[in-house]
Design a protein around this ligand. Structure first.
Ligand code: PMP
Length: 404
């Protein structure tokens, strides 16, 4: 892959921060956007901004076509059986909340159990807690082993006929661990539970085939894989989506409304009340095309080379401890430095132009599991380079010298 050519597609990368070339290693929080995505946004606003699905004029038709074209692209990206099984949302958080508030409310009763994992993002914990509290259900947690992998054998002992929902991530945002979701899904189905997969961190790096996985729901955010913020999607199996009550009421999600009663629209529109985030959904397609044109498999292979190089270099620095050492990871490297607060490391790296994430990464229970408050997290995307990792490692070595 021609990384220099790829870098040239990302205008934001070509700047200095604190007098040093920007090194952007906060890709697990959000990726940067290629020209094609930025252009798609301005093309929409300059050329065919219009509300969708309602108008019969030319601009409305063009906007509707572009909006629906993203749904078709996502159908291929996730390998869903039908495009109607894709609902546009604000992102992973809203997708999970949608399922908890509709499928969850309809199907979870007092005494039922919901299983999440110990490495979930807060957005795959809190919606289930709200549901469990409302219904008198309980939450069980799959433990995380020292190396950052799930204790799968323990999970099998947690499943029973009271398990109604299993909600786990495909890959961890804090450690990068890739979870054995196909096995997790199969075992949950064996006891009659439904499974939601949080795909926020997997979408940029792993092939996703929802039919092969046989998951019931899969949630993604466009901004985690080169697309705009404020949009994402929920995949759900047709028969589940059709049986679920609507999430929000409003325009577009109805067939007929009277003051006596309302009949709801077909899926996916039943779940897309109101004017959606048209511009960002339209530009989302350009992000999917960027990944398809660059080649997801080659991108992931290159990112893993970066991860391996960084893992070796960072772990050889005195007093650094890696959090999450599974060999099966996406390109996320989390670590702590003995005696130095992660915020201080983040600030000192920023002074050298290096953007890393510090803190609990919205996974406080996971931090508790390791007895830490937070980590420094460097997460790599296709536009990162070995030279950039050297710049970070040099910074870390200086921090060790300076602080000790
Ligand atoms: N789950 C995981 C694993 C994540 O990494 C994130 C984003 N950090 C989310 C859920 C929430 O995604 P969003 O904020 O885009 O809704």
């Amino acid at each position: 892959m021609d990384i220099e050519a790829i870098r040239n597609e990302f205008p934001i990368l070509h700047q200095e921060i604190n007098g040093k070339p920007l090194v952007y290693f906060d890709n697990a929080a959000t990726t940067q956007k290629p020209n094609a995505v930025i252009q798609a946004l301005s093309d929409y606003y300059e050329g065919y901004n219009s509300n969708i699905h309602r108008g019969i004029h030319t601009l409305a038709e063009k906007a509707t076509k572009a909006y629906e074209a993203t749904r078709t692209s996502l159908q291929a990206f996730l390998n869903t059986k039908e495009s109607e099984e894709i609902i546009f949302t604000k992102g992973t958080t809203e997708s999970i909340n949608l399922v908890a508030a509709t499928y969850g409310r309809q199907n979870v009763k007092e005494g039922d159990e919901i299983i999440v994992s110990g490495m979930e993002h807060h957005s795959n914990i809190v919606p289930w807690q709200i549901l469990a509290e409302e219904k008198g259900a309980s939450i069980k947690v799959i433990p995380v082993k020292e190396n950052g992998e799930l204790d799968y054998d323990h999970y099998l002992t947690q499943l029973n006929s009271s398990t109604k929902i299993v909600a786990v991530n495909h890959a961890s945002n804090s450690m990068g661990t890739i979870n054995p979701i196909k096995d997790i899904i199969k075992a949950a189905h064996d006891v009659g539970a439904k499974v939601l997969i949080d795909g926020a961190q997997a979408s940029a790096h792993l092939p996703i085939d929802v039919q092969d996985l046989d998951c019931d729901f899969y949630a993604i955010s466009a901004h985690k894989f080169y697309g705009p913020t404020g949009t994402g999607a929920l995949y759900g199996k047709r028969q589940l989506l059709e049986a679920m009550p609507p999430y929000q009421g409003g325009g577009e999600m109805i067939k007929d409304v009277s003051f006596e009663s309302t009949t709801y629209n077909d899926i996916p529109y039943k779940f897309e009340a109101g004017t959606p985030n048209i511009a960002d959904v339209v530009a989302f397609k350009a992000a999917i095309e960027f990944i398809e044109n660059t080649g997801k498999v080659s991108m992931a292979k290159y990112e893993l080379e970066l991860l391996q190089y960084a893992t070796e270099a960072v772990s050889s620095i005195k007093d650094i401890r890696l959090i999450g050492t599974s060999p099966n990871k996406v390109s996320v490297l989390s670590f702590v430095m003995e005696g130095v607060h992660h915020f201080d490391i983040g600030q000192m790296l920023d002074a050298r132009g290096v953007a890393v994430r510090t803190g609990h990464h919205c996974t406080q229970p996971l931090m508790d599991r390791y007895g830490i408050e937070g980590t420094v997290r460097a997460s790599f995307a296709v536009y990162n380079t070995i030279n950039e990792i050297d710049q970070m490692v040099e910074g870390l070595e200086r921090i060790v010298k300076f602080m000790k």
